[in-house]
Design a protein around this ligand. Sequence first.
Ligand code: SF4
Length: 356
Amino acid sequence: MSETRPTRPWLPRRVLITRSALAWEHGQAIAARAEALGIPVERLASDRLALGLPDDAAAAYAAAKKTLAVVVAPPGKLRLQPIAPSADWRVDLAEGCPAHCSYCYLAGSLKGPPITRAYANLPAIVAALPHYLGEGTVTSRSTARADEGTTYEASCYTDPLALEHLTGSLSALISAFGAWQAPVQLRFTTKFDAVEPLLDLDHQGRTRMRASINPARFARFEGGTSPVAARLAALARMGRAGYPIGLTIAPIIAAEGWEAAYGELIAQAGDALADVTTDCTIELITHRYTPGSKAVLDSWYPSSKLDMGAENRVEKQTKFGSLKYVYDAGTMGTLKRFFAAEVARHLPQARILYWT
Ligand code: SF4
């Protein structure tokens, strides 16, 4: 029987809040939520985060992953960056994630110890969004997405649902998009299932939740996340609450037995979403890594069995001129044909947004 009971919410060991963050009502609200959950909150006299992590690398990683810092997002975060193919623009509510995925895409982008930073200046983040209205590149170039309007992705530097019980930021953003009378779409993808706070929001269909899924047999690569069946059940609840939904199948891992594993996964998703009638999209993202992210992941998860070897891989240049390793053309072609066929078979109501 698949696991669908709700996952225990993340409870950091400590919350640090900077002086500037305390000046924001939202920062104070996060501190109050944490205290109500029995988590010690340290109010800092300055904006400097003195983490005091242990010297031992494994202990420092563990302590960092149990730390939530409430800070003011730096000005750069209010100047949105394009984020194709997922969305036109990236909007960050936080940076970092409490889970422990062996392939975590944050490994190549976060600097310093992997603490989670939640942003206190949410009103400023929301106020920056209209400047980018109508300036999309992804949705305007794709006829498959023309009805989405200008799209904003909230999952680039965090899993916002993993933090929602502590921050309330995602609910606030969904409500802001619900009240925004313009052709816009907020998007987030998640490996968590605690959607209850979102179900009754006045979202007006302007937020799309996607469940990020992988076969249950790869669960060992996704420590600290909700079981995949629970993610799918949560996505179905969101669909029944009128939200457009989607699946992010990522990262697609061409490990031994992948055909059976992903065939089962797509059939499982088809069953879970069979009675959901809202618009459903699929994003298909193959496993990739950079030399930098591999080095970080090797240090975080030295005993992970996730294959990051050279077999079946080729070098590719990123749009920023650096290197990444992706599956070779033969493997990519086989994977792509397989996913197109299985999606058409088990999720005929869904449309594939992109393959990468
Ligand atoms: Fe990284 Fe996403 Fe896993 Fe969090 S849930 S550790 S952001 S891959």
